[in-house]
Write a protein that binds this ligand. Structure first.
Ligand SMILES: [Zn+2]
Length: 63
């Protein structure tokens, strides 16, 4: 039996990882306060705050 997953879209933002000069994604956390993710190359953790204009911030730069 095949069951389709409910349309549960995870919100994410595309980000630029300075560390490896590459793009990646940060996914919204359950509480909706942050976007979290990892650099696809070096797996460095990144986090961006939602709100305070943060949601429009497309390019997060890892420090
Ligand atoms: Zn990296």
């Amino acid at each position: 039996m095949e069951e389709k997953e409910p349309a549960k879209k995870r919100q994410y933002i595309g980000v630029w990882f300075d560390c490896c000069q590459t793009y990646g994604r940060l996914y919204k956390t359950k509480d909706g306060n942050f976007y979290v993710g990892r650099c696809p190359k070096c797996l460095r953790q990144a986090r961006a705050r939602v709100g305070e204009g943060g949601t429009d911030r497309r390019f997060f730069r890892g420090s």
